[in-house]
Each structure stands twice: as structure tokens, then as C-alpha cells.
Design a binder for this molecule. Structure first.
Ligand code: FPP
Length: 236
């Protein structure tokens, strides 16, 4: 696959609720299964040497869900972060660096602290960045960047008329990441849903009807194979 491997894959983990409903289970069971698939796909990205993969775990809009469901997703995050501590050696062997994007300051404090530890402990791993978007919103990310730049213009540190796209990109959560090459959304929905709005400007989209808890490494391989066949023109 070589050169045609995407440098950055974005994944919207959608369909957990429907997966659970089909089985007569509570929605939280769908998220639980979804968290397992997330781990499998993350490991697979490292096996393939994909430099960066970003998973949409919780959006700024997801707070509107029933409190029990929000708490269950937070519990899954907590559980996975504790497990990540235990599998530190495994992450080192696989070269997985853990990162987080979003407004983490609104999350329970223990999760913030576990996330900071996970970032610290995996900082030196270089094969794959496994990036988790938590309390993330693309518009909010761009707004934050605009606020920072506006403040710098106000103090005279910058001149508004000279601002460039690179200046905005440098203020996003992911200044050092490559743009998203491939955006995967399972479950039949065909929306971007406020995910990596700036970074996915030229992303190739890949959809499947499969619900996220049923998503396998074979689906992922299919997405990569389809991506390799696409001709990317960047508007040119
Ligand atoms: C969207 O499916 C999914 C979410 C809002 C939550 C995704 C969270 C996880 C997979 C677990 C997070 C934990 C870790 C460790 C990453 P949906 O609930 O909107 O599904 P539906 O459209 O079928 O209702």
C-alpha cells in the first residue's frame, strides 16, 4: 500500500445506539462494544504504520444526551485510560502515542488527570498517534483559534490583514498533525457532524452501512483500499 497509505484517518464511531437497540440492549451496551472496536482499530493502525488516527469519542453536543448515557461514556473512557496505564509496555512495543483534542477542562477531573498521564507516558512513541476527540467541536476549535489571533491583533503582536491559513492552523488543537486524508463514518450516516472541519477540508470520505460495534479490521482495510484508488486533485 506504501505511498497510498493515509497520513491521518478520522473516524466517526457512529451507530452504537442502533446496534444495542437491534439486540434489545441498553444504548450503553452499544458504547461498551464500540469502545472495544476502537481499541482494535487503534492497534491495527499501529500495525499498519498509519501516522495518525483521530476517533470522535464525544462531541460538544453529546452533553445533551440523557445523564446516564453521558456517565456511561465517561466511565468507558475512565476504564480505558486506566487500562492504558496498565498496558504501557504494550503501547511502547506498538509505538502508540495517545493524544486528546477538545475542551478537556469540562470533563471530570480524574479523567483529565488520567488523560494527561496517558499523553505524558506515551510521548516518546512515534509509530502512530491515537488521537481521541473528547468534548470536541470543530466550530468551537476554529472559534478558539480566532479568539487567540484576535487577542494578538489587539495587542499589536499581529496585523489582522497579514493573517494566513497557516496562522489559523497553528492555533488549532492539532497544529503538528497532517490534514485528514481519509474520513470514515460507519452506520449509514453521511454527515461530518462538526468533526475536524478545518483539517478535513480535502479529506476523502468513506461510508459504510455497518454499525460501529460491528466494524472490523476488514472494513478498515476496505476503506484503505478504496482510498488508495481515489484520485485526489485538491481543486486543481
Ligand atoms: C455515536 O453513536 C457514538 C457516541 C456518541 C459515543 C462514542 C463512544 C464510544 C465508542 C466509547 C468511547 C470510549 C472510548 C474508550 C473511546 P450513537 O450513540 O449516536 O449511535 P446511534 O446513532 O445508533 O444512536
Amino acid at each position: 500500500m506504501g505511498d497510498s497509505l493515509p497520513r491521518h484517518v478520522g473516524i466517526i464511531m457512529d451507530g452504537n445506539g442502533r446496534w444495542a437497540k437491534q439486540r434489545g440492549l441498553p444504548r450503553t451496551e452499544g458504547h461498551k462494544q464500540g469502545a472495544e472496536v476502537f481499541e482494535r482499530i487503534c492497534d491495527h493502525c499501529a500495525e499498519l504504520g498509519i501516522p495518525c488516527v483521530t476517533f470522535y469519542a464525544f462531541s460538544t453536543e453529546n452533553w445533551a444526551r440523557p445523564p446516564g448515557e453521558v456517565a456511561a461514556i465517561m466511565d468507558l473512557l475512565r476504564h480505558w485510560l486506566r487500562k492504558a496505564e496498565e498496558r504501557e509496555g504494550e503501547n511502547r512495543r506498538r509505538g502508540i502515542r495517545l493524544r486528546f483534542i477538545g475542551e478537556l477542562s469540562a470533563l471530570p477531573e480524574d479523567i483529565q488527570s488520567l488523560a494527561a498521564d496517558a499523553e505524558d507516558h506515551t510521548r516518546a512513541h512515534t509509530r502512530t498517534i491515537c488521537n481521541l476527540a473528547v468534548n470536541y467541536g470543530g466550530r468551537l476549535e476554529i472559534l478558539r483559534a480566532a479568539q487567540t489571533l484576535a487577542a494578538q491583533c489587539q495587542t499589536g503582536a499581529r496585523n489582522a490583514i497579514d493573517l494566513t491559513e497557516e496562522d489559523i492552523a497553528a492555533q488549532l488543537y492539532t497544529p503538528e498533525y497532517p490534514d485528514v486524508d481519509l474520513l470514515i463514518r460507519p452506520s449509514g450516516e453521511k454527515r461530518l457532524s462538526n468533526f475536524l472541519l478545518w483539517q478535513a477540508a480535502y479529506a476523502e470520505f468513506w461510508y459504510a452501512d455497518t454499525l460501529w460495534p460491528d466494524f472490523t479490521t476488514a472494513h478498515f482495510e476496505q476503506a484503505l483500499a478504496d482510498f488508495a484508488k481515489r484520485s485526489r486533485r485538491y481543486g486543481g
